[in-house]
Design a protein around this ligand. Sequence first.
Ligand code: MN
Length: 205
Amino acid sequence: MPLELYKKKRNFNETPEPEGKPKSSKSKLAFVIQRHKASHLHYDFRLEMDGILKSWAVPKGPSLNPKDKRLAMMVEDHPYDYKDFAGIIPSGYGAGIVEIWDNGTYSDLENSDIKTAEKNLRAGLHAGNLKFRMFGKKLKGEFALVRLKGKQDNTWLLIKHNDEYAVDEDYNSEDDTPENSPINKWLAENKPDKANTRSAKKKVP
Ligand code: MN
């Protein structure tokens, strides 16, 4: 049953997250990357496929530098409507703040029509070698998600392909956070006391 695990993990009387039903885009597949301050700050990388969002938690966030291989742990499918979700998860699973870091459409490498793209992407997903083209505000061009062979089949790497959108310099998604980011506000207000005390002490001769 689609979204069974997603629903099992959440109490919809408590969380503002969408309960959601399988739904699909009409002309282009959607993606979203959410920045999520939960117990740890991480990024959630979600690609629409067959009416739901295939999802990976990316601890370091995506990179535009092809040298970076960013760990991406596959997590439970999320409902299509999650692509628009931003807000506070007050308690329970994933409690914290969610904001949208990037979104847009994506396709197979050939930018095929939606049905063909979905077929190619589904095959790539099952093969553990998913190649796709992103049309985001921040992420553009070719990317790959490659499943690592081993005991845990939920471990993937997110890699930028070398193309005109790739960069040579160090890339840190934390340098390009949304304006008026509620997470940045929270981080600024919740600096550990010890760190504050220590830096304050340093300034005193
Ligand atoms: Mn998350």
